[in-house]
Design a protein around this ligand. Structure first.
Ligand code: AHM
Ligand code: MG
Length: 338
C-alpha cells in the first residue's frame, strides 16, 4: 500500500491533497493556513479567467485612478484586488490585509490569527500587451492576542516572520508557487480540470546564474556599486533579460539561475518595489530555494518596515550573483571611508 505522504511527494498531485498532506509540517497546524492557501489558489483561478478574457470584455486599460504609490490603476488591478480581498475576508482566517491597491490596512476578523500582505496583480502595465503578470502574497501570524483589535505591530513585521509566501504567475501557463518554510513547490493550473497539480517539486535555484534582469534605461542614475555590478555582468557576457514584470522575471531566474535587481534610481530613490507585498514574499521563496535577497547592504527579510507601502532597493536570485552585488557595495563603501 502506498502511504499518503508518498503520494504527496509525486509530480501530478493535486494542490488540495498536497496542502492537506503537508499541513502537519507547520507547527501551528490547525488548518487555518491551509484554508488561506486554498482561498488564494481559488482567487488565482478567478483572476486567471478574467485575465484571459480581458481583451474581449473590455477589462484592459486604465481605471483613471491612482493607487498609493501614484501608479495608474488598471481595471484588472482593481478587479484582482476585489477577488483576493473578498475571498480572504470571507474565509474568516485573516485578521488584517495589506494590499498594494488599498491606502490603509483592511481590518477583517479580530478573532483570526493571520495577516496577509498582497499585491493582487503586479506588472499591470503589461496587461494590455498580453505579457505575463502575477499575484504576490505574504502570510504572517499576528503578534497581539486573538480577539483584540489588530495593531500596527501585527502588520509591520519583518520578512523573517513570514509563515508562508508565494505567487501566482499568469503566464503561458498559470502557476502557483509557494513556501511554508520547508522548501518551495510549484503547481501548474490545468484549466480543463480547474485544478492545480504539483509540477515543480522542491524548487532549487542554481547557485550561480547566467541571466541578469535590471532596467538598464536607468543605468546613468544607478549608484557606483550597482553600475559596477552591471558592468561586471556585461564583461562576463551574462545575458540581459528584462520583461519588466517582476513575477515573470523572478520565476524565470528561479528556474534558470539569475538575478533580478531594482536598485535606487533618480526617479525612485528607494527603488520602486514595495517591501511588504512584493519583496519580502519573493525573498522568502528565494531563500527557501537556496538563493538570496538583499538591498546590496542588508538582507531584505531583516528590514523592519515602518510603513505598509514602504519601498526598498532589491537584488534577488542566485546566491553567488547576489553576493557579488553585496561585495561591490562593501568594497566601495570601504574605499569611500579610507
Ligand atoms: P507595479 O506594482 O505598479 O505593477 O510595478 C511593479 C513592476 C514590476 O513588476 C516590474 O519589475 C517593475 O515594476 C518594472 O518597472 P520599470 O518599468 O521601472 O522597469
Ligand atoms: Mg506591484
Amino acid at each position: 500500500m502506498i502511504e499518503n505522504s508518498r503520494i504527496a511527494l509525486t509530480i501530478g498531485t493535486a494542490l488540495d491533497r498536497f496542502i492537506k498532506n503537508h499541513q502537519e509540517e507547520f507547527k501551528y497546524a490547525t488548518g487555518e493556513l491551509s484554508q488561506i492557501l486554498r482561498d488564494i489558489a481559488l482567487s488565482g483561478k478567478v483572476v486567471n479567467r478574467e485575465i484571459n478574457r480581458a481583451g474581449l470584455i473590455n477589462l484592459s486599460g486604465n481605471m483613471g485612478s491612482l493607487n498609493m504609490a501614484g501608479d495608474n490603476q488598471q481595471k484588472l488591478d482593481v478587479l484582482a484586488n476585489i477577488r483576493f480581498t473578498r475571498a480572504l475576508t470571507k474565509g474568516g482566517e485573516v485578521c488584517a490585509i495589506v494590499s498594494e491597491e488599498e491606502d490603509d490596512i483592511i481590518e477583517v476578523n479580530k478573532d483570526a490569527n493571520y495577516v496577509i500582505a498582497i499585491d493582487p496583480l503586479d506588472g499591470s502595465s503589461n496587461i494590455d500587451v498580453n505579457v505575463s503578470i502575477g499575484t504576490i502574497f505574504s502570510v504572517y501570524r499576528r503578534v497581539s492576542e486573538v480577539g483584540t483589535p489588530v495593531t500596527e505591530e501585527d502588520v509591520l513585521q519583518p520578512g523573517i516572520n513570514q509563515v508562508a509566501a508565494g505567487y501566482v504567475l499568469y503566464g503561458s501557463s498559470t502557476m502557483l508557487v509557494y513556501t511554508t518554510g520547508s522548501g518551495v513547490n510549484g503547481f501548474t493550473y490545468d484549466p480543463t480540470l480547474g485544478e492545480y497539480f504539483l509540477s515543480h517539486q522542491n524548487m532549487v535555484i542554481p547557485e550561480d546564474g547566467k541571466i541578469y534582469s535590471v532596467n538598464e534605461g536607468s543605468y546613468n542614475s544607478f549608484s557606483p556599486p550597482v553600475k559596477a555590478f552591471v558592468d561586471d555582468c556585461r564583461d562576463k557576457n551574462i545575458s540581459g533579460r528584462y520583461i519588466g514584470s517582476l513575477v515573470a522575471d523572478f520565476h524565470r531566474n528561479l528556474l534558470k539561475g539569475g538575478i533580478y535587481g531594482y536598485p535606487a534610481t533618480a526617479k525612485s530613490p528607494n527603488g520602486k518595489l514595495r517591501l511588504m507585498y512584493e519583496c519580502n514574499a519573493l525573498a522568502f521563496v528565494i531563500e527557501q530555494a537556496g538563493g538570496k535577497a538583499s538591498t546590496g547592504e542588508q538582507r531584505i527579510m531583516e528590514i523592519n518596515p515602518a510603513d505598509i507601502h514602504q519601498k526598498t532597493p532589491i537584488f534577488i536570485g542566485s546566491k553567488k550573483m547576489v553576493e557579488r552585488v553585496e561585495a561591490f557595495h562593501k568594497e566601495m563603501a570601504k574605499v569611500a571611508q579610507d
